[in-house]
Design a protein around this ligand. Sequence first.
Ligand code: ADP
Length: 523
Amino acid sequence: MENMFNYLNPIAQLGKPKRSFLFAFFTNIILCVVSEFYVYLVGKNPLAVGNYIIFINAAFIVYFSFRDGMLGGFTTVCLTILYYFYIIYTRHYQGNLLNSGIDTTISLAFVYSFLAFSIGYLKQLIDKLIEKEANARIRLETILDQLPVGVIVSNTMGKIEFVNNYTQKLFGKYVKVGNAIEKNAENTMHHNGIRASRNESPSVQVLATGKSAKPQDFVFTHANGEKLYINSYASPVKNRAGQIIAIASISHDITSLKKEEQKKNDFINMTSHELKTPLTSIKVFTQVLEKKLKNKQDTESFHLASRINTQLNKLTMLVGDLLDVTRLEKGKLIVIKEKFLVKGLAEEVIHDLQPISTQRLILKWTTKLPVYGDKERIRQVLTNLVTNAIKYSPEDKEIIIGSREHDNFLEIYVQDFGIGIASTEKKKIFERFYQVGENSTYPGLGLGLYISAQIIKRHKGKLWVESEYGKGSAFWFSLPIYRMKKARNHLSKPIHPAVRHARIRKSSSKKSKGLMLTVPAKR
Ligand code: ADP
């Protein structure tokens, strides 16, 4: 029944291959026969029902022109006109009646032809447009099916309209055309052992906000225990008027990349651990040697031993940085927080670094507020920033270390008047292993700022740079100011290094849950 309705429905025929004109032909023949019967049965003169017949025929011409294009329209016109002549000549009209009958038929032939032509042409035009659109769609879908990334397109109501082959390969049967994207996110995450919530799905975020969602990594665990790492992001698709018409989400399989990264991290971790032990022994021996040479008053050898010691310190720092990176990757960088004054720490850092620096290190401290953080990690950040300021500025310039209070944060800066940083590099310098320029003339691994930024992030602060190329840089970081609270009063005592080490050991043995283990100091 539905098929029959579709067959007769002219709109349903839009864009379909042209129908045979035979349908129009036979339908019109039937119409002629029916009207002949009607005339015969009612016994009226055909002229009496002529007006009705003209309208009915006009409606048929419109219908067939729209259904079958010009071919259907003109078949109807020809049969209708033939039928009119048949009526005129079989009813033996004479004189004026005959003439007016012929005139009317000829005029109607023109009107009907115009109708059949214009509607038939419009229908063929619409057919072409629909076909063009369908071809463009097929072309696009074929291209998307060949891509080595998963593509899901949903409409603005969140219903999936297209899924490419690669998506099926990644997520299997859980992603289907016609599903709601929320349901889809829930299904894929649930069935693939992922612990994320459906609201974390980039498509669901775009549906809720109308804005692009940032790339996110997801780990799926298949039933066989195999892990699949997916990087997914989504963005709204807009029309020329800027209205959202669809949501497109892209998923990359980054499993092999992650595995390679894991191998690299394991290698870095292993080598830095291997280096650490002999390095510590060499350092102890060098210090003993330094002492002995000093006692013997062998100035020249003592001087050489001191230089070995300075280089060893640098090497120790590099190895320390490599170890920190792997700790960060594994979420095992431990932060033990306590209340302390950064000013004292800044003074200590200046005291340690001034002897190896030709620049004058100046303290311009204007605040007296304590912060709540890991003193040793903050020392590491300050040392790194001051070392960089020394490394990247000329010998005769000064370096200023200062502070200010802003909202509930203490903001600390290290300002130099050195080479500065181009604005295009300002974000990149906080990335892992990034150094400005291809063959950096300055020693380093490009890890210091990355580690510092991560440490500050773990303190809920920020690390940023203000710099002008060729004029110098100011590196800023913020730390939450310590506010007196009953619950925290017990934390105000400084932590003894031995206690600190014991806590680090204890924390390291615990299985890390998040990216970073934050251990609040205890009494
Ligand atoms: P590196 O070990 O190379 O110093 P960092 O992570 O500390 O690694 O710094 C990354 C890059 O940022 C450096 O290679 C350098 O190009 C740039 N940089 C860092 N500090 C400064 C500074 N004070 N002035 C100019 N450039 C700097």
